[in-house]
Design a protein around this ligand. Structure first.
Ligand SMILES: [Zn+2]
Length: 198
C-alpha cells in the first residue's frame, strides 16, 4: 500500500524474526489472527481518548509498528529493514506483544508454562520495571530503550528484543529477568551467542 514495493527481504525478515520467538513454543502461540499490514514508513494513526475529566483528546504521532488484540500486526517497512544506529527491533517487539495478548490483554504477563510460577514472573518483572523506571527518570536507562518505561507491556516487549538480540546485556543488567524469559521462550540466546558486552 501507499506505493510500497514489498521486497522478499522485508517479507523474510518479518517471517524469520517472527518465528524466532516461537521456535520452541510452536506456531499455535500465534493463534487467533492472521494478517500483517505493512506501511512503507512510520505511520500516523489518528486516535482519540477521553481523560478522567471527560475531555476527548486527539493524538497523532508516528508509529513504527502496532499489535492489535485479535487483529493484525502492523509494521513500517523502513523500520523492519532497520535504521542505521538503531538497535530496536520492531518485529520482535510486536510479535512479543502478540504473545502477551494471548491471555486477553497486553500487560507484560503472557500465559506461562506449567513449570513456571506467575508469582516469580510478577516479582521479577515488577522489581526490574521499578528499577528501570527510576533509571529512565534520571536519564540512566543505558543500553535498554527508555520506551520500556512506558508500561509493563512495553517493558516485556522491549526486553524481549534485548533478550534475543543482545542477550549478554540483559543477563548482565537484569539476570532474573533473563532467566524468566529463558524459561518462557524455552531458548537460551546467551548460550548460543559469542557476543561480548560492548
Ligand atoms: Zn510496544
Amino acid at each position: 500500500m501507499q506505493g510500497l514495493v514489498l521486497t522478499e527481504r522485508i517479507v523474510q525478515r518479518i517471517a524469520a524474526q517472527g518465528c524466532l520467538l516461537v521456535l520452541n513454543l510452536g506456531l499455535t502461540w500465534y493463534r487467533g489472527w492472521r494478517e500483517i499490514v505493512i506501511y512503507p514508513d512510520a505511520f500516523v494513526p489518528q486516535r482519540s481518548y477521553t481523560d478522567e475529566a471527560g475531555v476527548v483528546h486527539e493524538t497523532r504521532y508516528p508509529h513504527l509498528g502496532e499489535a492489535w488484540q485479535g487483529g493484525p500486526l502492523i509494521f513500517s517497512a523502513a523500520d523492519v529493514a532497520g535504521r542505521a544506529g538503531d538497535e530496536a527491533n520492531v518485529v520482535i517487539h510486536e510479535f512479543a506483544h502478540k504473545l502477551d495478548m494471548l491471555d486477553g490483554s497486553a500487560n507484560g504477563l503472557p500465559p506461562l508454562h506449567a513449570d513456571m510460577r506467575v508469582a516469580a514472573w510478577a516479582d521479577t518483572f515488577s522489581v526490574a520495571y521499578d528499577n528501570f523506571c527510576r533509571r529512565a527518570d534520571l536519564g540512566l536507562e543505558g543500553a535498554i530503550d527508555a520506551y520500556a518505561a512506558e508500561s509493563p507491556a512495553e517493558f516485556f516487549a522491549v526486553l524481549s528484543e534485548v533478550f534475543f538480540l543482545r542477550p549478554a546485556i540483559l543477563a548482565q543488567i537484569y539476570p532474573p529477568v533473563y532467566e524468566q524469559l529463558r524459561l518462557f521462550y524455552r531458548q537460551d540466546p546467551l548460550a548460543r551467542s559469542t557476543q561480548a558486552f560492548p
